[in-house]
Design a protein. Structure first.
Length: 544
């Protein structure tokens, strides 16, 4: 009869002990609230309205969907009761300005998708960040209480104490404080401020799918600044390596339990992090070049240019880069040729002296020994001469056309994706990328050069696609690659980015994800090191 958890449940139990020991919930939101209710009468109408609101928001904002994730797809509905997971529930009135009017409903935003069956028997999923409203009379009925007993926030939280959100109180208190301190920076909207929330300790919900285990373990043992806009530093708790590992396993275990559809593993292979000659990058480059050749070039209005493809556009835009790279590569190759010639001359001189010495030697044994040394040296010289010819040929073969061929075979995908990353109209507005500073020095997100060691590719892909689904407050980061369809259901391309990375919004997101996971290698690639980020309409001002 004694509880003996195993596997992910055991990891959850051990992790909760460490969370409680260091009071992580004192600053961070660790677990969402859970409210169960009957989906009947007015509540069912509210759910149908919430579903329609989510559908409208998706269409207007271009939100992407990932059906295998519990932010988009809920659990199978119980025919009698539903359980909704969200942020801290709050009382609300029909008229917020009427002080004497009683509270009539409870509001909160979903932090896990909610699945329900409508009046016609159809099953729907309400995604995260959608606001849910529960009639207070229905909640009171389900709790076996009277509405009058739920007319203060304290009474509500007391009634829901066993299901309350864990943590996040500190941010709830600090948000109005920051808004009062700097109304312009931390603007309030409906009593909340996404800017203030982003400056405070982040929610730890979903931490297991977000960060790589190795990085998270190192961070817990020695916390380092991550977000530039944060007003607080996480203290160094001097926790043991075993405790840090217990927390890492806790976050992974919780994802396995609550979000099994993403197939999270502890140390998943990262094919994106390999060398640009690896099969993953070779295949991506091959597919991308084919896409460039098949994609009509677009003008600034998004209309196709007759007789011109995006491949032709790239040849024009990379022309100076090919010439510059050929010049630099040829100069480097010539340096190697000159060094090899100098070394070969020195060895030939040495051979000449050794041969003369052997010829002049009177002692037969010594003469044989010297001739053997001369023969060995000549063999080495012949090999060096052959290598020199190969170096000379390689140097002669370095031309802009040869560099172009190398770009098409190896670098096209990585080069275009890198130019998307350092685009002034997007990432560089709020993020620092290596030596490129963010345009906004006040409200900066995390430096993106850290992403390759910090973030998981799957989470990064979903986050770039639709950041709003991942957090319970208004996201500071916009949807840069919206998913929208025309009347025929065809995915609309984004004219502003076709000249940088050709493809659908999801293909552009994937390219950005790949480049972030492999940032050190891609940044150091010759085609990117020699690129001069010109100030153009297509790529934006990317000067440091």
């Amino acid at each position: 009869m004694i509880n003996q958890p195993r596997g992910d449940r055991l990891a959850e139990v051990k992790g909760r002990q460490v969370l409680d020991k260091y009071n992580c919930a004192g600053c961070h939101l660790v677990r969402p609230s859970a409210i169960d209710f009957k989906a009947d009468g007015d509540m069912l109408k509210n759910l149908e309205r919430a579903f329609e609101n989510a559908k409208t928001a998706r269409e207007q904002n271009g939100y992407h969907e990932f059906p295998n994730h519990h932010y988009w797809t809920g659990k199978s509905p119980n025919p009698d009761r539903l359980v909704a997971h969200g942020n801290r529930p709050k009382l609300a009135k029909d008229d917020p300005e009427a002080d004497e009017e009683p509270f009539t409903r409870v509001e909160f935003r979903l932090m896990e998708a909610l699945r329900f069956t409508d009046q016609d028997g159809k099953v729907h999923d309400i995604p995260t960040f959608t606001q849910i409203e529960i009639p207070l009379k229905d909640l009171a009925r389900d709790l076996g209480m009277d509405e009058k007993q739920l007319q203060t926030q304290a009474q509500l939280e007391s009634a829901l104490v066993a299901k309350n959100v864990q943590g996040g109180t500190f941010s709830d208190l600090m948000t109005p404080y920051l808004a009062k301190k700097d109304k312009e920076l931390y603007q309030l909207a409906q009593g909340d401020s996404g800017q203030a929330r982003a400056s405070l300790p982040p929610p730890l919900v979903g931490q297991g799918e977000r960060t790589q285990p190795g990085w998270l373990n190192r961070f817990l043992l020695d916390p380092q600044p991550v977000r530039r806009m944060s007003i607080l530093r996480m203290p160094k708790f001097n926790m043991s390596p075993q405790e840090a590992d217990a927390l890492v396993q806790y976050f992974i275990g919780v994802e396995h339990i609550t979000n099994p559809g993403i197939g999270l593993t502890e140390n998943a292979a990262l094919p994106q992090a390999g060398d640009l000659t690896d099969p993953y990058w070779q295949q991506k480059t091959k597919e991308y070049v084919a896409r460039l050749k098949a994609t009509p070039a677009m003008d600034k209005k998004g209309n196709p240019v007759k007789g011109k493809t995006e491949y032709d556009v790239r040849q024009e835009s990379y022309q100076d880069t090919f010439k510059q790279l050929a010049t630099v590569t040829k100069a480097t190759a010539q340096e190697e040729v000159d060094k090899a010639k100098s070394a070969l001359d020195a060895r030939n001189k040495e051979l000449k002296e050794l041969t003369k010495k052997a010829d002049d030697e009177k002692n037969a044994d010594e003469k044989t020994k010297l001739k053997k040394q001369a023969d060995d040296l000549k063999t080495g010289i012949d090999s060096d001469a052959k290598a020199l010819k190969e170096l000379e040929k390689a140097a002669a073969d370095v031309t802009p056309d040869a560099v172009k061929a190398q770009w098409e075979k190896k670098d096209a995908y990585a080069a275009d994706a890198y130019r998307l990353l350092v685009n002034r109209t997007m990432c560089l507005q709020c993020h620092e990328v290596g030596g490129y500073r963010a345009s906004n020095q006040v409200t900066q997100g995390p430096p993106l050069a850290l992403a390759h060691e910090r973030l998981r590719p799957g989470w990064l892909y979903r986050w770039i696609a639709t950041p709003q689904r991942h957090i319970p407050y208004t996201s500071v980061m916009p949807v840069n690659f919206p998913h929208k369809e025309d009347a025929q259901g065809k995915v609309q391309l984004l004219p502003d980015f076709q000249g940088v990375v050709a493809g659908t919004p999801k293909q552009e997101i994937e390219a950005l994800r790949d480049i972030l996971i492999n940032y050190p290698r891609v940044m150091a690639a010759p085609v990117n090191r020699q690129w001069n980020p010109a100030v153009t309409q297509a790529t934006g001002d990317t000067k440091k």
